[in-house]
Design a protein around this ligand. Sequence first.
Ligand SMILES: [Zn+2]
Length: 471
Amino acid sequence: MKKKYIIMLSFLLGIIFFISIIFINDKKIFFSLKGKSFIELNYGSDYYEDGFEAKYCNKYLKLFCKDISDKVRISKREIKEKNKYFINYNLIYKNINKVLTREIQYIDKESPVIKLTDSNISICPNQEYIEEGYKAIDNVDGDLTDKVKTTIKDNKVYYTVSDKAGNKRVVYRDINYKDDEKPTISLVGGNKSYIFVNQEYVDRGFSANDNCDGDITSKVEVHNNVNTSKTGEYDINYTVTDTMGNKSVVTRKVVVYNDASTVPKNGKFIYLTFDDGPGSYTESILNVLNKYNVKATFFVTNQFSKYQYLIKKEYESGHSIAVHTYSHNYGNIYSSLENYINDFNNMNQIIFEQTGMYSKIFRFPGGSSNTISKFNKGIVTEIANEMTKLGYYYFDWNIDSTDTIAKDSNVIYNNVIKEVEKHNNSVVLLHDIKKANIESVEKIITYGLNNGYTFLPLTENSPQVHHHINN
Ligand SMILES: [Zn+2]
């Protein structure tokens, strides 16, 4: 009996020992990932490593483990175009190589952004929409501006774009077809004009522009009630309406006066006067004056007799014709009153032949203040008294263009306008036998018209600008 127990006990101990040996010595590698092996992440968000488990333990009970994490090598592989990462966990231990892989897929759920320079624009009803500009940016694909498709429908411009992941964006811009802007009318020569009574009123011109219709000068209606035979202030109304019915009216005041001294103080006048012609440049200067419908005064001579015919042309263009001198010979004309009057009458006779009128206006050669006549003491005083008695009017100048010295049209122009600004009545001395004046006269006229000056020819009623007589 006792022997039987001993045998059974030995057998049990043997089994326990055998199992123990197996448990302790039969080991294996436990290698697994913590977390999921496939992870989806939103593009741009961070991936946090979940880690892994690497142990060498008893095969059956996972006991008596040894941490072998340090035997794991981690490497990354990227497939950029698919926004994908593979993380490889490579374990080599006791000549065993085990590899685990985790896949990380980045997903783009964000639509591109389209930026418009202005989401709401107004354009003219008759105009075509011109793209104002836009930009499309995607969080993954970057600049997608080139991929944007635009369509116009129901007064809206739609902008559509999709990124590679298929996220779509549509934005739109409102187009307001409207025109509530009035046309603008500009008057050449300013909004105030002065004319001498019984002088013909000639409009200097105007232009009308509309933000939508463009140049609509031809649509301007002019209402003119100027009575040139009666002094007073008159209105000329210029009216224009654009296609959408926006209406503009501007008014030009026309002052009809009969005496320069009665002209309101804000009247600014330029009397261009040309001495010593007609000559070879006179015709070109006449063309400039006619181009701007500016009237001037020619103090004529017979120095270049083949141009006499131009006196007629000057007269017919509305300019004042006045006597300067037939000979322009100081030694002769200032030697006696008789010689002066003879010379004067010879010139006035030519004027009569060309125009059918004798002139009442004259200018002393050298001006009334000249000293060149001093060889004959008191002669200018004597002539001035006698001519006044005979009913003639002489005019000097208060602005010398210096065109007898200066050859550059800009210098002449600058000399004149610098002085013009100081006077309400500018009588400008020029010579139509100077070539530079073809240019300088045009510049002076352009300046004058743009700055509210009125160009007038001298008449018996014009302000008589006189120098101080020196002899
Ligand atoms: Zn002269």
